[in-house]
Design a protein around this ligand. Structure first.
Ligand SMILES: Cc1ncc(COP(=O)(O)O)c(C=O)c1O
Length: 387
């Protein structure tokens, strides 16, 4: 049955906003193709669309990937899963970030699949399911090194042998999460994989079927083919980026998001003028300063004050002074032709220049994930449709 989507492309309102994240759905499709190219044909893909699709608009991303044949989605919270269902996503939705007792009824109502990390949640879910048939699918996460959520490996067998799995709950998947899979030294990851496989073998020897085994995030997909099991969970590579950008790989990814705005004012200032809050930047020459209507309330980090670069008229120019909540200043002294209305690119290409999510991450001692998912609701999203 086709999906019944309730949200339309918001692009007709984009003319009202100068500050825009344009998202290329063809790039998303291309990146999905790259994931598929790296995997054996029988390996399924669960697309990770948490955190509003890493800032790209989770509903639009999931809708697009669903049209492209993706049958499983991963989110962190029950609310994210509910939002996908209400949008019309009918595929399997895995809630990977844990479920509190007060969320169980919504989880069931919206047929979201939980990842279980402890016995209390399993017990609570079984009680909430009382009187329902057939058994409810669940995944179990084991902690092989992340030290975040997950059952201790040695407790997995007894957990799955509990009577709960003999009626109300049905084990659909066994998973773990890799903590350091883009490290050039593979030892930690290999130890995680080994421990995971040992638990899977133990369960199978005890006669417990495990329909889906899954381990791989983007770094697993790119750097550890041994993690290409029944299912993989790509996130950041679908959006066109790699975790740290340091380790070479063979995927030809296309960044899906471009972030841009327009110059709102250009002003001249003298030598020794102090700019923006705290007067943190002092000019050393008579300067032309352009004002951009984007600041930290849009999700452009204040840590980029005096560090970040912006593209205007196909040139890189520096951000000067402290970034404000709603605005920032850039030094365009060397570009006398810059005028109000000119496009300024914060992330993406302009002419032959490009500022990548990795550049932005490097300037603020962060990672591309944080750069992407920080871009907030104040930034208008527009979508380049699939052909
Ligand atoms: C459990 C789980 N699986 C998969 C992913 C996707 O990771 P990546 O974006 O590195 O592909 C994440 C994201 O952090 C995650 O938490």
């Amino acid at each position: 049955m086709p999906n019944q989507f309730t949200l339309t492309l918001p692009s007709e309102r984009s003319a009202l906003s100068p500050t825009i994240a344009s998202i290329s759905l063809p790039a998303l499709a291309h990146n999905l193709g790259e994931v598929q190219r790296l995997l054996p044909p029988q390996c399924e893909i669960l697309a990770v669309v948490k955190a509003d699709g890493y800032g790209h608009g989770g509903l639009m991303v999931a809708e697009t990937l669903s049209r492209l044949g993706i049958r499983r989605f991963g989110v962190t919270t029950v609310q994210e899963g509910v939002a996908l269902r209400e949008h019309g996503i009918r595929e399997s939705i895995l809630v990977m970030g844990g479920v509190f007792p007060f969320q169980l009824s919504e989880l069931i109502q919206y047929t979201l699949i939980p990842v279980l990390h402890d016995e209390d949640t399993a017990q609570g879910l079984a009680e909430a399911l009382r009187g329902r048939v057939p058994p409810y699918p669940v995944h179990i996460k084991i902690d092989t090194g992340m030290r975040r959520l997950g059952l201790p490996p040695e407790k997995t067998l007894s957990f799955v042998q509990s009577p709960l799995f003999n009626g109300r709950l049905q084990l659909e998947g066994l998973m773990t999460h890799l903590a350091d899979a883009d490290n050039p030294d593979p030892d930690f990851t290999l130890a995680q994989i080994k421990q995971f496989q040992a638990v899977a073998d133990q369960l199978r020897s005890a006669g417990i079927p495990i329909p889906l085994l899954h381990v791989a995030n983007t770094a697993g997909i790119l750097f550890h083919p041994e993690t290409h099991l029944g299912l993989v969970r790509p996130g950041i590579m679908l959006y066109g980026h790699t975790p740290t950008g340091v380790k070479p790989h063979t995927a030809r990814l296309q960044p899906a998001m471009r972030l841009f705005t327009k110059v709102i004012q250009v002003r001249s200032v003298g030598v020794g003028d102090r700019l923006s809050y705290q007067g943190a930047f002092r000019t050393t020459r008579a300067s032309r300063i352009a004002v951009l209507p984007i600041g930290y309330a849009h999700g452009y980090s204040r840590r980029l004050s005096d560090k970040g670069m912006v593209l205007v008229r196909n040139c890189r120019v520096p951000i000067v002074g402290n970034i404000c909540m709603d605005m920032m200043l850039i030094d365009v002294t060397d570009l006398p032709q810059v005028q109000p209305g000119d496009e300024a690119v914060l992330m993406g290409k302009q002419g032959s220049e490009e500022i990548s999510a990795q550049d932005l991450a490097g300037w603020q001692d962060s990672i591309p994930y944080e750069v992407l998912c920080s871009i907030g609701p104040r930034v208008h999203r527009i979508y380049e449709p699939l052909p």
